[in-house]
Design a binder for this molecule. Structure first.
Ligand SMILES: *Cc1c(COP(=O)(O)O)cnc(C)c1O
Length: 386
């Protein structure tokens, strides 16, 4: 079996040191938000060239806490991509806001700047005939467009220069969902250097994964940081038992910080290995499949390596071949969010976001992790080309 993502090899590499450090944590009994958590926050902020890092319990909680700190409430619209993991848009609804989707670019698979401008103009002019105008807003026209959640899909940074100039013009915040892009670089900059507030996830299968759930939020804004620190522990005030707002339980376990500090020591080499594997895949596939377009000036963190089949039937045949030969694969994402039952209340239908819909019928991912051997990579691509 060639797994899609192999976590076992890497886990063995750090196991001894992790166990030693966990043993010290057991002796100190500082299980939650212990000293290693503070150390992790300092290291993450320094490595990403950002002033503040607030660790938290998951990438989902990082999104929810960020939207709470940004003050999202009922009547607020937050734009995002329909071609992402559920958590991105779910967080908007959980905070009382309304997600409005914007179609993606057919080459980068990320939110499309041109579609963003069109959607903003349609919302402003109450242009109800626009395909991406959700029914739910036609019925309650008193809404305020507050910001956007960008997603660096599979680790590919969005084109932030374009997005930032649009958001500046319309006075919108940028919340960057970097759950899949830890380590990515946009024009040489870390994930924390574009966007007002940046979230990431330490779910085990992400580029930087823990041995359980975890996440982090980055910002250069001191006020947002203070609010996030308060929101993380039930809206606590200056004293432990004063509560100045509604918050959540968003704390990170000390054990996860220990794991992440060890994994960070391997991270640069792992990112380079992912990069090398992606290059080998592209060479082996020799232009026979459309791949995700990464700008020359950017670094992708390769959370997934994705290809497009010609159509749904072609994809089915290819995936059967991979299954028959025990090569791991997956489809991210088989259903764009506007067609998920959970978002039916927004009132979108088939045809609203044609690019996302087309990608969802053709896309698939093949094994991608830093320890995949060249011969396994050759086996996977050989099956696709054969
Ligand atoms: C994984 C993921 C999340 C959620 O992260 P968790 O740590 O699993 O809560 C959010 N957004 C995107 C794009 C993701 O891929």
């Amino acid at each position: 079996m060639i797994p899609l993502i192999d976590l076992k090899y890497q886990a063995q590499k750090i196991k001894k040191q992790v166990l030693e450090n966990i043993s010290a944590t057991i002796d100190n009994a500082d299980f939650i938000m212990g000293q290693k958590v503070q150390e992790l926050e300092t290291v993450l902020a320094t490595q990403n060239a950002v002033e503040h890092c607030v660790s938290c319990s998951s990438g989902t909680d990082a999104l929810i806490m960020s939207l709470m700190a940004l003050g999202i409430e009922k009547g607020d619209v937050v734009l995002t991509t329909p071609f992402t993991f559920m958590a991105t848009a779910e967080a908007i609804t959980l905070c009382g806001g309304t997600p409005v989707f914007v179609d993606v670019d057919p080459n980068t698979f990320n939110i499309c700047a041109k579609s963003l401008e069109k959607t903003l103009s349609a919302l402003k002019n109450k242009h109800h005939e626009f395909a991406g105008f959700p029914d739910v807003l036609k019925q309650s026209p008193d809404f305020n467009v507050k910001g956007i959640i960008t997603v660096d899909l599979f680790g590919n940074p969005c084109h932030y220069d374009k997005i930032e100039s649009i958001c500046d013009k319309h006075n919108l915040f940028i919340l960057r969902d970097a759950a899949q892009s830890y380590g990515a670089r946009y024009k040489g900059k870390s994930i924390a250097e574009n966007g007002d507030i940046i979230t990431t996830s330490f779910f085990p299968a992400k580029p930087l994964g823990a041995f359980g759930d975890g996440g982090a939020i980055f910002t250069n804004n001191k006020k947002l940081t203070d609010d996030l620190v308060s929101i993380r522990v039930h809206g606590q005030g200056p004293n432990k038992y004063s509560n100045i707002r509604i918050g959540v339980n968003g704390r990170l376990d000390t054990i996860q910080a220990i794991v992440l500090l060890e994994k960070l020591k391997l991270f640069d080499a792992e990112l380079a290995a992912r990069q090398k594997l992606a290059e080998s895949y592209a060479e082996m596939l020799d232009g026979r499949f459309q791949l995700q377009e990464i700008s020359e000036s950017d670094v992708c963190s390769w959370a997934q390596f994705s290809l497009l089949a010609d159509n749904e039937e072609h994809r089915r045949l290819l995936l059967n071949k991979l299954s028959d030969n025990k090569v791991g694969h997956s489809i991210y994402y088989p259903t764009p969010l506007h067609l998920q039952p959970a978002f039916e209340y927004l009132g979108y239908s088939v045809g609203c976001f044609p690019i996302a819909e087309d990608l969802s019928t053709r896309i698939f991912s093949i094994p991608m992790h830093p320890y995949l051997s060249l011969s396994d990579a050759e086996k996977a691509t050989g099956l696709l080309l054969g």
